[in-house]
Design a binder for this molecule. Structure first.
Ligand code: SF4
Ligand code: FES
Length: 236
């Protein structure tokens, strides 16, 4: 970003001057405008995947994703109007039709805010995945995954440089996985927990938290993990 040059634009009726290259999201936040995000996270590279952050720029034909679109001089931006609301509502309804959002309170709050209809797409096929419990530290439930990519990014070149996670499959079958779907304990994963920290849903959960939610005691959870480890050694 060239901070020596600045540009001036209007967001929700307020004039703002920002360094060239500033994204619409950054400028809007500077003014206190609330633009919702799902795939965006301060710790990861913006990838413009989910489109929940779309805003109206000059009434243009296409709404622009605020997390990746740069501010343009003289632009008049609306972060929330009828078009923007309709678009966000539809995105939320589509997400809800395919993903279990029961452990994603922030997305749930957006559903309420944008009056999204949870029954809008009753025929849609939910992304069903079995709970993956293949290591002593955390469980993965990709039925709750919105494919925001944040876990893959922090595991890779945005933070940890471990590259244990990747995307597998195509189209509707796209899902997060280890390379060749090997168990996490056989992958390069160092169990740093950064993926859990950036996950916006309940798809990734520390094992203790998951067990306690199931009503298990700390001892039962430890016992379960030990038995699992013992069984694995016997299999080897
Ligand atoms: S597991 Fe979580 S962080 Fe990773 S892609 Fe899915 S929702 Fe995003
Ligand atoms: S938050 Fe901008 S595209 Fe997802």
């Amino acid at each position: 970003m060239d901070t020596s040059k600045t540009i001036t634009l209007t967001i929700d009726g307020q004039e703002v001057t920002v360094p060239e290259g500033t994204t619409l999201l950054e400028a809007a936040r500077q003014l206190g405008s609330d633009v919702p995000v799902i795939c965006y996270h301060e710790a990861t590279t913006s990838n413009g995947l989910c489109r929940i952050c779309v805003v109206d720029v000059n009434g243009g034909r296409v709404l622009q994703p605020a997390c990746v679109a740069a501010c343009q001089a003289g632009a008049a931006v609306s972060t929330r109007n009828g078009r923007v609301e309709r678009s966000r509502r539809t995105i939320l309804e589509m997400l809800n039709s395919a993903v279990d959002l029961s452990a994603a309170p922030e997305i749930g709050a957006l559903m309420t805010d944008y009056q999204a209809d949870p029954q809008r797409f009753p025929e849609a096929a939910a992304r069903d995945h079995e709970l993956m419990d293949d290591n002593p530290f955390y469980v993965r439930d990709y039925s709750q995954c919105v494919l925001c990519w944040r876990c893959v990014q922090v595991c890779g070149s945005d933070a940890q440089y471990t590259f244990a996670l990747t995307l597998d499959g195509r189209g509707y079958d796209t899902h997060v996985s280890t390379a060749f779907s090997i168990p996490m304990t056989e992958s390069p994963c160092v169990f740093c927990g950064q993926c859990i920290g950036v996950c916006p849903t309940g798809a990734l959960k520390p094992k203790i938290e998951w067990g306690l939610e199931k009503g298990l005691s700390h001892d039962e959870i430890r016992q379960m993990t030990r038995q699992k480890r013992r069984r694995k050694h016997m299999d080897e």
